[in-house]
Design a protein around this ligand. Structure first.
Ligand code: GDP
Ligand code: GDP
Length: 438
């Protein structure tokens, strides 16, 4: 069910941002009430015909000197190899092929990941096609000519990309083990938690933020049931550039969250909720995943009978956009409440995939409407005729109404709360779609 991830890789100035913007267009998904979600276009949700995928731009700070360009391109390529289902390698017909292109192409070929070779700035297909054939020399397949600036060839390019989608998705569906992404800022205890859950030191723990570790899918058995933990701790390459590190950590998080059913967001008890925490929380929220906030290092802070309430208030206030999230206080070091973590994971996974019958939903709707009048405008009142659940992960409801203009988020929230009162749905976001019916 998870959306495929497509990564853009290429030298500076070949047109990566232009292409990214052309594809993301207005579809860029930034949930309005999510504070701290990065406005920098590192990733975007793209819809092409009936397909949806997550586009990531691995290009961060772009260095001037050519030897630095190569090493930064290698990092980008590695990032894409680690996280993407399909890689778009962007080249430039005007600049032609340069040495760095060959080196990166070699790297991509060796990774055996699906690669689409995109030749950009082909503004005039007739005139420039002869120049495009040169790109066969890279040895990574047929070059696909596009002009990102004039939006030429993008449909054909996406068709090529999409050829690789269906295969991947069936693979994922075969694996019905719950997938849990453990996310959080560096040093919050992600590796320690996964280690503790595994019960042996299979994941290397280190004290230094952003040291070289791989993201590993770690299968763990608990009470006879298997879980897969996706650890985002690893940053494949060290980088001295802070912006690059941040970009990589965001890409890693997006990729892990995308594949997960449930996200466990770790917060450091010794630091409280930081800006970076809300950014990471925003990524999970946008993607509609089951959500558990675990305050880690609970062993490391002085406590009295008010501490837990103080923390709860702070989290609910700073992460107010996800009131549905489950909240736990744990210690990866001592193992405190890790059994509770498993119970919560089970419950959230169940709620995230829960279906509610149409009959009972409509009973709740009419009761709710009877108890509190829907909003009205200029003498016209919102009428809610019918509700039905159309999908799961997250649970999504369609409500048939008379006019979209009369809807108000506070009334939607009221309906949501009524549904939650009846069914719980703890730990999962709910989505509501309005459809007009005259
Ligand atoms: P990036 O560094 O790879 O992200 O490249 P940019 O997207 O910033 O583009 C670099 C330059 O190439 C800009 O001046 C763009 O306007 C230009 N450019 C991008 N796409 C095209 C294209 O399809 N045709 C032409 N002629 N110029 C383009
Ligand atoms: P990561 O970067 O998020 O994977 O964090 P690590 O798992 O590498 O942990 C960073 C540091 O925090 C290490 O020194 C851990 O020993 C320490 N740490 C992790 N969890 C806990 C905890 O629950 N309590 C305490 N006191 N220290 C912890």
């Amino acid at each position: 069910m998870s959306r495929p991830i497509v990564a853009i890789v290429g030298r500076p100035n070949v047109g990566k941002s232009t292409l990214f913007n052309a594809l993301a267009g207005q579809q860029i998904s930034i949930v309005k009430d999510t504070p701290g979600v990065t406005r920098d276009r590192i990733y975007a949700d793209v819809t092409w015909l009936d397909m949806q995928f997550t586009l990531i731009d691995t290009g961060g700070i772009e260095p001037e000197s050519s030897d630095l360009i190569l090493s930064s391109m290698r990092q980008q390529a590695q990032m894409a190899i680690d996280t993407a289902d399909v890689i778009m390698f962007i080249t430039d017909v005007r600049q032609g092929l340069v040495d760095a292109d060959f080196k990166v192409a070699d790297m991509l070929r060796r990774s055996h990941k699906p690669v689409i070779l995109v030749v950009n700035k082909v503004d005039n297909f007739e005139k420039l096609m002869p120049d495009v054939y040169e790109f066969y020399n890279l040895g990574i397949g047929d070059p696909v000519p596009v002009s990102a600036a004039s939006r030429l060839g993008l449909g054909d390019m996406l068709d090529e990309v999409a050829k690789y989608f269906s295969k991947d998705n069936t693979q994922e569906e075969e694996d019905d083990r719950p997938k849990i992404a453990v996310v959080g800022k560096p040093n919050v205890g992600k590796s320690s938690l996964v280690n503790k859950l595994v019960g042996e030191d299979r994941v290397i723990v280190s004290n230094i933020a952003g040291t070289t570790r791989d993201a590993i899918d770690t299968p763990v058995k608990y009470h006879g049931k298997e879980y897969v933990f996706i650890d985002t701790a690893g940053l494949r390459r060290k980088s001295k550039i802070k912006e690059d590190l941040e970009r990589y950590s965001i890409i890693r998080t997006v990729a892990a969250v995308e594949r997960a059913d449930v996200v466990v967001l770790l917060i450091d008890a010794t630091e409280g909720v930081t800006e970076q925490d809300s950014k990471i929380a925003g990524i999970a929220h946008e993607r509609g995943k089951g959500m558990i906030i675990a305050v880690n290092k609970w062993d490391a802070i002085p406590k009295n009978d008010k501490t837990i309430y103080k923390f709860t208030d702070e989290i609910r206030e700073k992460l107010a956009f996800m009131p549905y999230a489950e909240l736990l206080f744990i210690s990866a070091l001592t193992g405190q409440r890790l059994n509770r973590l498993y119970e919560t994971i089970d419950a959230v996974i169940e709620n995230h995939a829960m279906r509610v019958g149409t009959g009972v939903l409509n009973e709740i709707l009419s009761e709710a409407v009877a108890m509190k009048q829907p909003p009205s405008d200029k003498g016209k009142r919102l009428r809610l005729y019918y509700i039905t659940q159309v999908s799961v992960k997250p649970p999504t409801f369609v409500i048939f109404i008379n006019s979209k203009e009369l809807t108000h988020f506070s009334y939607t929230r009221y309906i949501e709360n009524k549904i939650r009162e009846a069914f719980g749905f703890k730990g999962t976001p709910l989505r509501f779609i309005y459809r007009e019916r005259k």
